[in-house]
Design a protein around this ligand. Structure first.
Ligand SMILES: Nc1ncnc2c1ncn2[C@@H]1O[C@H](COP(=O)(O)OP(=O)(O)OP(=O)(O)O)[C@@H](O)[C@H]1O
Ligand SMILES: [Mg+2]
Length: 465
């Protein structure tokens, strides 16, 4: 229910309107003139002000102007017995939400107020949503308003609360490490360390001593005890990046740690209990690797308790403009520049395939910001592969529908389409068409027979005459 302020110098109007809205359960305050109205508004906010225009001691227009300063969002309905076009226009310019002419039907006034309150509720909701989104975005520094990324945010928030092991998968540059950090930052462990290790960057023995630590004298060069990263991340999170690169022998050792929650430093007889949350990441297909034996199946199931799969950037293009803005901002701050991006360059970025995903986009913007001397990034500052990219000619991406696809027949159709198109472009000239398709004429003829379209080239020749 709303707080409504009624301002009118005529007592009968104040009473009538009060009665109407009190009946519907709103809280009502009344004032005799604009000045009093402002005093009441300063005392306590209101959602709606219903005010007369002609009053002594600050009229409705003055009230509106002052009210907007104190409470920019308050809804204001002005009423007047002399609705001249000018007052109405002035009221709207000053930002009145509505206008009603006296005498009026109370139902009409009720309707105006109801609509106003509905509009405000929507604005509030929208603001709360935006705020929540901003807060989420800023905690994690992850950009993405696409449905796919919003679903990922939800997932991050949910898994942050629990202790389960998480496996983050996705192509290179999709933000796997960012997600791992976000999970840690939002978890009850956020005050404890987040330790990241690239499993692909170490030999097997080195990785073992990195992860589990070692005791003095356990191998040449081990001049003192050294704590492993599992122990260092105790009560915090350990991020095992590039897990797919881990040797099978190390996989066995890792599996043991996950099962027993204990590590044994190299050369030690004693085990140390650890409580680290494990988040792993890989851009390889671990499931497929279990089939050829390069990844242990038992470890796979242990590690992928909660899988999070990051979509490639080309499957969420709607995120590109915001990412571009984010990175321009970032690199402008770093370089002290102040630039934007031209419409054309921006379009190119939005349609590019981004096989290197967000990282490739980030590097592209970094380079463009560094090179640009104008106040907007021009297409010339983008690499050739982006400016020359033409998504309309050959579609580089395919959506595999959920129900699957008959690949053989699909490819057959595709083949036929290209052959027909090549014949059309070459006016039925088979030699030219074969050239366009970069194949010997003999192969083209074979395709014409295969698709039963040998007569087509003759037809195209004659229609071209
Ligand atoms: N949604 C995003 N919003 C903002 N920055 C992002 C986003 N996704 C990725 N980035 C940035 O892109 C770069 C690559 O991200 P990250 O290192 O997390 O990718 P990755 O998936 O771990 O890649 P790789 O498999 O190559 O290690 C980082 O600089 C990261 O900050
Ligand atoms: Mg990474």
């Amino acid at each position: 229910m709303a707080n409504i302020l009624i301002v009118d110098d005529e007592q009968s109007y104040r009473q009538l309107i009060s009665l109407v809205f009190e009946e519907s359960g709103h809280t009502i305050r009344t004032a005799k003139n604009g000045r009093q109205g402002i005093e009441l508004l300063e005392e306590e906010p209101a959602e709606v002000i219903i005010s007369d225009v002609r009053m002594p001691d600050m009229d409705g227009i003055g009230l509106l102007r002052e009210a907007r300063k104190i409470a920019p969002d308050v809804g204001v309905v002005l009423m007047t017995a002399f609705a001249t076009v000018d007052t109405a226009r002035e009221a709207f310019i000053l930002g009145a939400d509505d206008f009603i002419q006296k005498p009026f039907d109370v139902e009409e006034l009720k309707l105006i107020v109801t609509k106003l309150l509905e509009k405000q509720a929507l604005i509030d909701e929208n603001r709360a949503f935006k705020r929540a989104q901003r807060e989420r975005g800023s905690v994690k520094n992850i950009i993405g308003t696409s449905d796919k990324m919003q679903a990922i945010f939800q997932m991050i928030e949910t898994v942050a609360e629990v202790q389960s092991t998480v496996l983050v998968t996705g192509e290179s540059g999709t933000g796997k490490e960012l997600v791992a950090r976000a999970i840690h930052d939002l978890s009850p462990r956020s005050e404890k360390p987040f330790i990241s290790i690239n499993c692909g960057a170490f030999t097997e023995t080195l990785l073992e001593s990195e992860l589990f630590g070692y005791v003095k004298g356990s191998f040449t060069g081990a001049n003192s005890d050294r704590q492993g990263l599992f122990e260092a991340s105790n009560e915090g999170t350990i991020f095992l990046d590039e897990l797919g690169e881990m040797s099978t022998a190390m996989q066995v050792k890792l599996l043991r740690v996950l099962q027993e929650r204990k590590v044994r430093p190299v050369g030690s007889h004693d085990e140390i209990s650890i409580d680290s949350r494990v988040i792993a990441a890989t851009n390889r297909d671990l499931k497929a690797m279990t089939e050829d034996g390069s990844f242990r199946e038992d470890l796979f199931y242990r590690i992928s308790v909660i899988p999070i799969s990051l979509p490639p950037l080309r499957e969420r293009r709607e995120d590109i403009p915001e990412l571009v803005e984010h990175f321009i901002d970032k690199f402008c701050k770093q370089t002290g520049k102040e630039i934007g991006i031209s419409e054309k360059a921006s379009q190119m970025l939005e349609s590019y395939a981004w096989h290197g995903n967000v990282r490739e986009l980030e590097h592209t913007i970094e380079r463009a910001v560094a090179l640009e001397r104008e106040d907007e990034i021009q297409p010339e500052r983008l690499p050739d592969n982006i400016t020359n990219y033409n998504p309309t000619r050959i579609n580089a991406e395919f959506d595999l529908p959920e129900e699957g696809v008959n690949l053989v027949s699909h490819l057959g159709n595709l083949e036929k389409t290209y052959v027909v198109e090549a014949l059309r472009m070459s006016g039925g000239n088979q030699t030219k068409a074969a050239k366009l398709l970069q194949m010997p004429v003999r192969s083209l003829r074979h395709l014409l027979d295969k698709h039963n379209i040998r007569s087509l080239s003759a037809q195209m020749r004659s229609s071209g005459d």
